[in-house]
Design a protein around this ligand. Structure first.
Ligand SMILES: Nc1ncnc2c1ncn2[C@@H]1O[C@H](COP(=O)(O)OS(=O)(=O)O)[C@@H](OP(=O)(O)O)[C@H]1O
Ligand SMILES: [Mg+2]
Ligand SMILES: [Mg+2]
Ligand SMILES: [Mg+2]
Length: 352
């Protein structure tokens, strides 16, 4: 199976959702509410989920969907629901054909809420399951840093297709290294990249547009002849990965370059395009289970760009265990040729 239709719909749906998240970013009120686990969710997350689930339901009605958000809190918070609808109802690609392929526009506020609730699949080892993170790095989104709209198709536990939209990443591959956090990012021109991949065909990027898809180009990880010159990417939030352990691993490898801190799967995208080499996500809490929507698309993108993605023990990420990576701890991604060396350093630092 070539998955070309799945890839095209995923790319187009992610591109349309980024039009929405960018619009919300420039609104003063982003409707931020705190979820049960105290993490934030915004108008941007809910609306992007509705738009993408509409596209999946229209094109692949028999598939299952595992998505991060759900609408129960919105059904009680009528004001927020109305605000989201106000922003969602006019979103369309400047390309009538593309937009109707995605099933747009969403017909009503009720239909929007029902779409948001279509992502409750338990996941698992069998069948076709889409994994959606409508905004990955919501905290980055709120502070004007990096965030990503991430969609992947998993079939029988194996990631087959990935599409990641990064509205605040520079189009220029080499410029990524200089992007940190900062509200100016979202406003600078020359930003907005759509990454995509199908298993066995390589990794690609193209500029995000507001209409049909731009031309794509292949991307790959850069060779690392001397590991001491490698650059590693890590998260911004100290609660999500252990920056002190990450630093100890870098030191063990003789790396002196400062880390590049980015929110979201923009980290996977950056190393896949050769702007950075190693992604370390060393656990802060032993019992935290990573969510499949936080990793599925990035895992395939990096592997198709010439990398390897494992947990801290060197085991491949297992997307067949349900909504979480229940059998994995942490993430280590690097070019294939140096992955073992990085894992050895991780095991040394974490005393595994
Ligand atoms: N304790 C803990 N450990 C690891 N990961 C956690 C934890 N808590 C939350 N999350 C998930 O982190 C997702 C954001 O990851 P990032 O890589 O953007 O984190 S960072 O802000 O850059 O540090 C974030 O995704 P979004 O909610 O989509 O933003 C969460 O799913
Ligand atoms: Mg979240
Ligand atoms: Mg996420
Ligand atoms: Mg999210």
């Amino acid at each position: 199976m070539s998955y070309q239709e799945e890839r095209f719909i995923a790319e187009l749906a992610v591109q349309r959702a980024t039009l929405f998240t960018q619009k919300v970013f420039f609104e003063k009120a982003k409707g931020t509410v705190s979820k049960d686990d105290k993490s934030p969710v915004t108008i941007g997350d809910f609306g992007a989920q509705a738009l993408i689930l509409q596209a999946i339901r229209k094109n692949f009605p028999g598939d299952e969907i595992v998505a991060e958000e759900e609408a129960s809190s919105l059904r009680e918070n009528k004001e927020l629901s109305a605000e989201i609808w106000e922003q969602v109802k006019d979103i369309k690609l400047q390309d009538v054909e593309g937009d109707s392929l995605l099933g747009g526009p969403i017909p009503s506020e009720q239909a929007m809420l029902d779409l948001i609730d279509q992502g409750k699949s338990a996941g698992g080892p069998k069948g076709r399951i889409w994994a959606l993170d409508p905004i990955d790095g919501t905290k980055g989104f709120l502070r004007g840093g990096q965030y990503a709209v991430c969609l992947a198709l998993i079939e029988d536990g194996d990631v087959k297709v990935g599409a990641i939209g990064c509205p605040n990443l520079p189009v220029d591959d080499s410029a990524t290294l200089s992007v940190g956090i900062g509200a100016h990012q979202a406003e600078s021109s020359g930003n907005g990249v759509l990454f995509s991949t199908v298993k066995g065909t390589g990794a690609f990027s193209r500029p995000l547009t507001n209409g049909s898809l731009a031309a794509s180009k292949p991307i790959s990880m850069r060779p690392v002849p001397d590991i001491t010159h490698a650059v590693f990417c890590e998260g911004v939030e100290a609660a999500h990965s252990s920056q002190s352990d990450n630093a100890a691993v870098a030191e063990r490898l003789g790396i002196t370059n400062p880390s590049v801190r980015l929110d979201s799967q923009a980290k996977y995208c950056s190393i896949a395009r050769g702007a950075g080499d190693i992604y370390l996500r060393l656990p802060v809490k032993k019992n935290y289970q990573e969510k499949i929507w936080d990793h599925a698309a990035g895992d395939l993108l990096v592997r198709e760009a010439g990398g390897q993605v494992t947990d801290i023990y060197g085991h491949r990420l297992d997307f067949s265990k349900g909504r979480t990576l229940a059998t994995n701890t942490g993430v280590v991604a690097a070019p294939k040729a140096i992955q073992d060396q990085v894992i050895d350093a991780v095991k040394f630092v974490l005393k595994l």
